[in-house]
Ligand binder design. Structure first.
Ligand SMILES: O=C(O)CCC(=O)C(=O)O
Length: 248
């Protein structure tokens, strides 16, 4: 099933769109459990501030699983789900190739904020209109547990200069004076839903203040025409020998 007209319009006008119920509750819950297992393994191997948060009482929690596609076959099956790919292709107007992925973890009452940023400051993809992020909700996500927030229409503006936040070298952010918070819109989404956002969309998420998890599986897609000004696509998944040939 493809994307409806209203969802497509919202994406191109505002810079993101929410599609509920893309995955089944069973498969989503199974992947959420895999995410916990992989995060535990990753945390055992690396508790550096680049990947983990530390609470006031000294507990560690993984903030992000890097390259989950390479770490467990369940991520691979999930990311290459045919329904998801149809929706991505609909937005790109081109065949969709999976380039890279990550899971953003926010444990209950612990997960830290992700400050405002534009993905294309990091990725440098061209043409940006033929690339997007599909952020898959592995939990019900609302204002209390750190839903995504967007600056409406920011994808139509330039990529802003970003600089590291004091004490958070992994978080590169634009000058707050350049972010028009009056245009901020929250994007709650149910478990199994997907938020698609443009690489130039300014987005953020707050700390998880709730007693429940907030896990988001971010899959980053490009069309065959897209190139990067940096090394983002050098190890793109669609270049791997084990990427299904019929999806190229
Ligand atoms: O999940 C988050 O809090 C951040 C997500 C994000 O920055 C992204 O998917 O590009």
């Amino acid at each position: 099933m493809g994307l409806n007209q209203a969802a497509r319009h919202h994406y191109w006008e505002k810079g993101w769109t929410v599609v509920e119920g893309v995955f089944s509750p069973q498969e989503t819950e199974a992947l959420a459990q895999v995410a916990l297992k992989v995060a535990k393994e990753d945390l055992a191997a690396d508790q550096s501030s680049f990947t983990a948060d530390q609470s006031a009482d000294g507990q560690f929690a993984l903030r992000k699983i890097a390259f989950p596609f390479t770490k467990h076959p369940a991520f691979r099956a999930f990311a290459l789900d045919p329904h998801l790919r149809v929706l991505v292709s609909d937005l790109l107007g081109q065949p969709a190739l999976l380039a890279v992925d990550q899971v953003f973890m926010k444990p209950p009452r612990f997960g830290s904020a992700k400050p405002y940023h534009q993905d294309n400051f990091y990725f440098r993809l061209n043409p940006a209109d033929q690339a997007l992020t599909a952020w898959i909700a592995l939990d019900e996500v609302g204002p209390d547990n750190g839903c995504l927030r967007y600056i409406a229409g920011s994808h139509l503006g330039p990529i802003l200069p970003h600089a590291a936040l004091p004490g958070e070298p992994y978080n590169l952010v634009p000058d707050p004076a350049l972010i028009d918070l009056s245009r901020e819109v929250l994007a709650p989404v149910g478990t199994c839903g997907v938020i698609f956002h443009h690489p130039a969309s300014l987005h953020t998420s707050h700390r998880n203040e709730s007693a429940r998890w907030r896990r988001g599986y971010a899959t980053h897609w490009v069309s065959p025409q897209v190139t990067s000004e940096n090394t983002t696509l050098d190890k793109a998944y669609y270049l791997r020998d084990d990427y299904p040939k019929d999806l190229l």
